[in-house]
Design a protein around this ligand. Structure first.
Ligand SMILES: [Zn+2]
Length: 634
């Protein structure tokens, strides 16, 4: 939800790379860790761009506290007229801007070395202040919504400074349609205390309480944690070992399948309760209303994807042949086709990345070089540093990127991905007022995936070694399988499961497992040999229990990005130039409108099957290229 109140930690977002099928456990043995002070400065971010020291940070923190108190004191003033409303909006912006700096300075420092308790304490101090800020601003929405919308619209027309906030304010009124009266809202807020129970119980059952078995493989005995399970599937070339790992891992879930089904039923019933309480026709409609996305977008996504599964099957048939397997199962889908361990030194990669965005024009390229500057990126791992990678949008300063760069191809694509987020931040901040500088997740993964796609093109053009080509192509193909096909299948599953409760039908372990297996078959046809245990896969997907109707956004972002790439690759230079212009405008637009119209203006209509077809065509081409590369190799 768009918030005009000071930002809390939940709203201050990092853009993390999607890593559904990450297999960190099997990564090559890491080089010995250097202490942070042994790493040259040019590979470490410089946080003095935010504050020169903790004294200045404390001064800003104190200033923030004063401003929050001043905001609370504005309560009761809004109806007086446009001037007082404008004053509240401006103060909210000021608070938001200081918040970014105060939060990220502490948070990024903390991520440099999470073992430092003093810094962690300061970070928590900010979180406590955020909680206070959200209480101090809770009056704003109800008080605003007491004023009739036409009155506020009149004020905005007469007062251009207030007019800047038109989209933000009108959206609060739009969201108001499903807000209840005080008594109703109070009842719903009481229910929120137990609405997370199904997920809490799922976490306990699937992590804290799970007994990981020790299994015997041809390579020796292994304790089968999730990380180990993924590692075996991604690295162990013995199919019997993979089958054993798969069987033992899924038995953990069949043993408790009725409990998982009861917990998932809790999630479904809660979603349907909240949707009905707020007068939505379906759980899907309720989930999409915040971003103003029509439910038809998800239904259309599912339908168009189901019609485009043939290239996916072709890819798996190719894998079966290349891997020389008699039967081909879900546990055979992630093992690499060839072994290849080229190293990609960071300095070299920076040049390639900058060159890869040439299709977006010189201005974009120039600005991109900024996002890769030494003092904006924290490159290497050091003891205590946060794992993974992200781009942090520090408004009023610039984006910072945290990496744990280890010279692998995966690390290179991670950097390309985060670079896309950073460019989005850079352009949105430069071209939007503060209130619209942040963008929604629905749009966020478009530039990151597009950035990866451009980089892939660049690398494929230059790859001279067939093995490297195969690895690059497989990387790109697996990304589409993981972030597109699988996520649409998951969205399909969630939709069907929610419909069970909407239609008053029973939810049991069997009904859920039947839905899952039917879907698996609908997507993979005769390209897979099916194992009875695959039916229970739904029980081990944390997203289903934690954030229903969330993963489809990865698929719509991927489809949008594929459609944009299609236009950017157009043979006609004029059309190409127009596509670049539209794409850069999308990035500059930040969160100044709902995601659908923003994407529409960029040439992507998610209401049509076109974007999905763009992914399917792209996938098909990549599989053909992979076939060629494999043929050349043999
Ligand atoms: Zn991302």
């Amino acid at each position: 939800m768009r918030s005009t109140s000071p930002e809390g930690p939940a709203q201050v977002r990092y853009h993390l790379r999607m890593r559904f099928f990450a297999t960190t456990a099997e990564a090559a043995p890491a080089p010995p860790l250097r202490d942070r002070n042994e790493i040259p400065d040019r590979f470490k971010w410089n946080l003095s761009h935010i504050f020169p020291d903790w004294t200045r940070w404390q001064a800003a923190y104190d200033d923030l506290e004063t401003k929050i108190a001043a905001y609370a004191a504005l309560q009761g003033s809004l109806a007086k007229g446009p001037k007082t409303l404008l004053a509240a909006m401006k103060l909210s912006d000021e608070i938001g801007q200081v918040t970014y700096k105060v939060w990220y300075f502490a948070s990024l420092k903390h991520d440099e070395d999470q073992r430092d308790n003093q810094i962690n304490a300061r970070r928590q101090q900010v979180q406590i202040l955020f909680a206070k800020a959200s209480q101090a601003s809770a009056w704003f929405n109800p008080e605003l919504l007491q004023i009739p919308l036409p009155t506020v619209q009149q004020w905005m027309t007469a007062n251009p400074e207030l007019g800047v906030y038109r989209f933000a304010l009108e959206d609060l009124y739009r969201q108001q349609e499903h807000v209840l009266d005080d008594k109703g809202e109070h009842l719903l807020s009481l229910s929120s205390r137990f609405s997370s129970s199904p997920h809490d119980a799922f976490s306990a059952l699937s992590t804290a309480d799970i007994k990981h078995p020790t299994i015997r493989l041809s390579t020796g005995d292994v304790t089968l944690t999730y990380g180990q399970y993924r590692a075996i599937l991604a690295t162990n070339r013995n199919q019997a070992d993979r089958a054993t790992a798969f069987t033992e891992y899924h038995k953990l879930f069949t043993t408790n399948v009725n409990t998982y089904a009861a917990l998932y039923n809790g999630v479904l019933q809660r979603d349907w309760f909240l949707a009905q309480a707020r007068d939505y026709r379906s759980t899907l409609e309720a989930a999409l209303h915040g971003n103003n996305i029509p439910p038809a977008v998800v239904e259309n996504l599912i339908e168009a994807t189901k019609a485009g599964t043939e290239p996916l099957r072709r890819y798996h048939r190719l894998r079966k042949r290349v891997l020389d397997l008699k039967t081909y199962h879900t546990f055979d889908t992630t093992i690499p086709l060839v072994d290849f361990d080229r190293k990609y030194p960071y300095d070299q990669v920076l040049e390639w990345l900058a060159a890869s965005v040439a299709p977006l024009g010189q201005e974009y390229q120039r600005e991109l070089r900024d996002t890769l500057r030494g003092d904006w990126v924290d490159v290497y791992e050091n003891p205590g540093k946060r794992s993974g990678a992200y781009s942090a949008p520090v408004y009023g300063v610039h984006p910072y990127m945290l990496l744990n760069y280890n010279d692998t191809l995966d690390a290179v694509f991670t950097l390309a991905h985060e670079m896309g987020h950073s460019m989005h931040t850079l352009l949105a901040s430069a071209h939007q007022p503060f209130v619209y500088a942040a963008y929604t997740i629905f749009v966020a993964e478009v530039p990151s995936t597009l950035s990866e796609a451009l980089f892939l093109d660049y690398m494929l053009d230059r790859a001279t070694d067939d093995r490297e080509r195969i690895v690059l192509l497989q990387h790109a193909i697996d990304a589409i399988v993981g972030t597109f096909y699988t996520q649409v299948m998951f969205a399909d599953y969630e939709l069907q499961a929610h419909r069970l409760v909407e239609e008053g039908r029973p939810v049991t372990g069997d009904t859920l497992s039947d839905i899952y297996l039917t879907l698996l078959k609908a997507y993979h046809g005769d390209a897979l040999d099916y194992d009875e245990l695959s039916r229970v896969t739904w029980a081990r997907i944390p997203h289903f229990f934690s954030t229903p109707y969330y993963v489809y956004q990865y698929a719509t972002c991927y489809a949008s990005s594929a459609e944009l790439m299609k236009h950017l690759r157009s043979a006609d230079p004029q059309q190409r130039a127009a596509a670049v212009e539209r794409y850069v405008t999308l990035l500059k637009s930040g969160g100044s409108d709902h995601p659908m119209p923003l994407l529409q203006r960029a040439g992507v209509d998610l209401g049509t099957p076109e974007p999905v077809r763009a992914v399917v065509d792209q996938f098909d081409r990549l599989v053909t290229q992979l076939e060629d590369a494999i043929r050349n190799l043999s």
